[in-house]
Write a protein that binds this ligand. Structure first.
Ligand SMILES: Cc1cc2nc3c(=O)[nH]c(=O)nc-3n(C[C@H](O)[C@H](O)[C@H](O)COP(=O)(O)OP(=O)(O)OC[C@H]3O[C@@H](n4cnc5c(N)ncnc54)[C@H](O)[C@@H]3O)c2cc1C
Length: 227
């Protein structure tokens, strides 16, 4: 899996702080923008995030380029609606020599199962190519390709959606691949925005686990999400 931060709002923590301060200040935007020092920025950001005034974090956004993930992962990712996506097309791109797929780690210790997994994917891909060679359009031939098919996607989320995304997808209840993606994304944004994402991650980092009978035995620590 390759996760690259392509772009983000410049000065993101200051942007959140200016938005927060504006709500309570009699002075104008220019003055606020000039006057805020680093300490005050940190204080304001911590205050709004901890008190749940999260609309201020909607002013900052982050664009990630993600490669080497499965279609199983992106199907889950795009369920997050407050985001923008562009994904490599299986209609316009034909996967001949360039067909790759993701193998779940659980198969690695089971050579017999892994062998059969690889065999069936190779067979599916062979038939995919046979369909293309027989004039079937890629948009129809792709129906035989597996969830494991490798894909690339660009996603942009604002700070508020990222906080939500990290809450549900860094949790041990989340599926391993999207959890790995969310963890990598959190490590990246935490470096740029350490105060906004100070307590980001699953609910159990901030309070009791809400998962009831699905509660895990090995909850992550905040430091697991440090770069
Ligand atoms: C462990 C786990 C298991 C899952 N299992 C399943 C499953 O079996 N089947 C399945 O279908 N999905 C499943 N999902 C996906 C899940 O149901 C959500 O679709 C996905 O996590 C997107 O999150 P979301 O809907 O909270 O918010 P997002 O789409 O990320 O939106 C963020 C927030 O905006 C608000 N919001 C967004 N859209 C609306 C709206 N239309 N109306 C009101 N408020 C809105 C909500 O507060 C929402 O939490 C699972 C997710 C997880 C983490």
């Amino acid at each position: 899996m390759k996760v690259r931060l392509l772009r983000h709002t410049p000065d993101p923590e200051k942007t959140v702080a200016v938005a927060a301060r504006l709500c309570y200040s009699p002075v104008g935007v220019d003055e606020l923008n000039e006057k805020l020092g680093d300490d005050e920025i940190r204080k304001l950001v911590r205050f709004v995030v901890n008190s749940g005034h999260l609309s201020t974090t909607e002013h900052i956004s982050f664009t990630f380029g993600i490669e080497g993930v499965s279609r199983a992962l992106t199907h889950q990712l795009v369920r997050h609606r407050i985001a923008s996506y562009n994904q490599q097309s299986q209609r316009y791109v034909k996967f001949r020599e360039n067909f790759e797929y993701i193998t779940p780690p659980s198969l690695r210790n089971n050579p017999k199962i892994k062998e059969r997994f690889d065999y069936l994917i190779r067979e599916a891909h062979k038939f995919y190519m046979e369909m293309l060679d027989n004039g079937i359009e890629a948009e129809d031939a792709r129906y035989i390709l597996p969830n494991a098919s490798e894909t690339k996607i660009i996603v942009t989320m604002n700070g508020r959606e990222l906080l939500h995304f990290f809450t549900v997808r860094c949790c041990n209840r989340a599926q391993w691949e999207i959890r790995e993606l969310a963890t990598q994304m959190l490590k990246v944004v935490k470096k740029i925005c350490p105060t906004v994402f100070e307590k980001a991650g699953p609910n159990c980092l901030r309070g009791p686990c809400p998962e009831g009978k699905f509660k895990c035995d090995n909850p992550p620590k905040a430091s697991d999400f440090d770069a």
